[in-house]
Design a protein around this ligand. Structure first.
Ligand code: R5P
Length: 310
């Protein structure tokens, strides 16, 4: 087994490889002056099982192309099998036709990864579980719920907690966490008048006098979360902690969070935000490197991955 890293989140790849006591495959990934990507593998990988780690985060198109070229280079170098490890699977939010005559980008990306030569995918908190069916190969979707639950049990014990889903689509994920930490559940009825804009209509559940735990897969512009926090506070919540797997943090999201009434934003490192959130004491990062390393080890040894979450 060998680990190869793309350039989107080298920090995470290094942590995973350290935990697995493996060196990253020696590669040369560079950009030509016109922006085209060049991938070269500098060691023999014939007959090896290779795990390629690459988040398709911003710049999504470049990082996706880099992943495809890494997979292609591995296939042409006679790797035995290739697992695409995609901590953050970009384009996942376009997983169906919401209005007529639109593309289903999550499926297009799945086709590209398949055709490049991957034989398995490992990812974290897919925006919608059914994206697994866009692939005709095994997809291991890892969950951050145990990681978040551990943090909450350690740092927020003795508080009257309620888990809040920021929209109807996130109820299953939020219920999972609420069950694990034995807390109540509330749901926000969110509407999107336009892409990129969100509005809180109602809060289903009683948050008065409670510490709220919002859990979501993605924070992008920050609009969903900032509006949700505002509404929860107006409805009598004491504090609001926010747990997000994929911190896309586009535009002035970091600034919005700073100015908001969020008590703390807890994110993971599926996307490397070390520069964006430097010296920001409102945002804390939990690493998923141990979870990913353990999943890779189990896949390689053909033992159960789902046992990690039981
Ligand atoms: C939507 O369904 C996702 O789970 C997130 O709630 C959404 O992507 C967050 O976007 P933003 O931060 O731009 O409101």
């Amino acid at each position: 087994m060998k680990i190869l890293s793309g350039t989107s989140n080298l920090k995470l790849s290094k942590e995973i490889s350290k935990k697995l006591k493996l060196k990253l495959v020696n590669t040369n990934i560079k950009r030509f002056s016109d922006g085209e990507i060049y991938v070269e593998i500098n060691e023999n990988i014939r007959g090896n099982s290779i795990f390629v780690i690459q988040s398709t985060s911003n710049p999504a198109n470049d990082n996706l192309m880099e992943l495809l070229l890494c997979i292609d280079a591995l296939r042409r170098s006679s790797a035995k099998n290739i697992t695409a490890v995609i901590p953050y699977y970009g384009y996942a939010r376009q997983d169906r036709k919401v209005v007529p005559r639109t593309s289903i980008s999550a499926k297009v990306v799945a086709n590209l990864i398949t055709n490049a030569g991957a034989s398995r995918v490992v990812t974290v908190d897919l925006h919608a579980g059914q994206i697994q069916g866009f692939f005709d190969m095994p997809v291991d979707n890892l969950f951050t719920t145990p990681l978040f639950a551990r943090y909450i049990k350690k740092k927020l014990k003795n508080k009257k907690l309620i888990c809040v889903s920021p929209d109807v689509g996130g109820v299953q994920r939020t219920r999972g966490l609420a069950t694990k930490i034995k807390a109540d559940l509330a749901i926000i009825d969110k509407r999107r008048p336009k892409p990129g804009q969100s509005k809180v209509m109602n809060i289903i559940g009683n948050v008065r006098g409670k510490t709220c735990i919002i859990v979501d897969d993605i924070i992008d512009s920050g609009g969903t979360i900032v509006n949700a926090v505002e509404a929860l506070k107006k409805n009598g919540a004491i504090d609001v902690y926010v747990f997000i797997t994929h911190a896309v943090l586009s535009g002035d999201a970091v600034n919005k969070i700073k100015k908001s009434k969020i008590k703390k934003l807890i994110i993971t490192d599926t996307i490397d935000n070390s520069v964006k959130i430097k010296n920001n004491n409102k945002i804390e990062v939990l690493s998923i490197s141990s979870l990913m390393a353990e999943a890779i080890k189990r896949i390689s040894n053909s033992t159960s991955v789902s046992d990690l979450f039981n």
